[in-house]
Design a protein around this ligand. Structure first.
Ligand code: URA
Length: 200
């Protein structure tokens, strides 16, 4: 039994390593020409909680790690305060793995060309809860067109994972206490689900 689990973990580890290699060699869209690094993931690939952002910002591009800039620091703190989990306890990825110049939104084409990497990550990590941060991540994962203000609060499943859409932390940095409070409420739902051990 233990050896089965070890074998599964090592298979997952090598599949993720392959996915990272694939991502780092990717030239499928124009972002490859302007990126410094490819920002694939961070955190624990065996976690029950996965956070998905939009695309790496400038600092992430320089450091090759997702969510290390101002937005990242805010969401890291909010997750810690509401769930007790620190960054190493959950898995973090973005819809698009390369920094869009001037922090513009990724285009539909860029999102589509990166999609297999995100879906691969979700399949390999197989989280119980996926928090999608902001419009791009929430719309991409849920296949919906509504904005995050409308999507928030709905009950969504992707396979057997529960998807919890919330505001992007950059919106909280711009929008202040009301947005921050909404993110906290959504993270409290995640904390409850994690405690119950049941995503449904
Ligand atoms: N914003 C994102 O959506 N992802 C990051 O990694 C950083 C900022």
């Amino acid at each position: 039994m233990l050896t089965d689990k070890r074998a599964a973990l090592s298979e997952q580890g090598s599949a993720l390593a392959q996915l990272r290699q694939l991502a780092r060699a990717c030239h499928a869209c124009a972002l490859a020409a302007t990126r410094t690094t490819v920002v694939v993931d961070d955190g624990d690939p065996n976690a029950q909680l996965m956070l998905i952002g939009e695309a790496p910002g400038r600092e992430e591009d320089l450091l090759a790690r997702p969510f290390v800039g101002r937005s990242g620091k805010l969401i890291t703190r909010l997750v810690e305060e509401e769930t007790g989990l620190s960054r190493e306890d959950y898995y973090i990825a973005n819809v698009v793995k390369c920094h869009p110049p001037a922090n513009r939104n990724p285009t539909r084409d860029e999102i589509a060309r990166c999609r297999h990497l995100l879906l691969g990550q979700i399949e390999l990590v197989h989280p119980m809860i996926i928090v999608t941060l902001g419009n791009v991540a929430s719309q991409t994962l849920l296949g919906r067109r509504e904005g995050i203000g409308e999507l928030r609060g709905g009950r969504y499943l992707l396979g057997d994972a529960r998807v919890v859409p919330t505001y992007h932390p950059a919106a909280a940095l711009r929008g202040g206490a009301r947005v921050t409070e909404a993110i906290r409420e959504d993270l409290q739902i995640c904390a409850q689900l994690l405690r119950s051990g049941n995503a449904r």
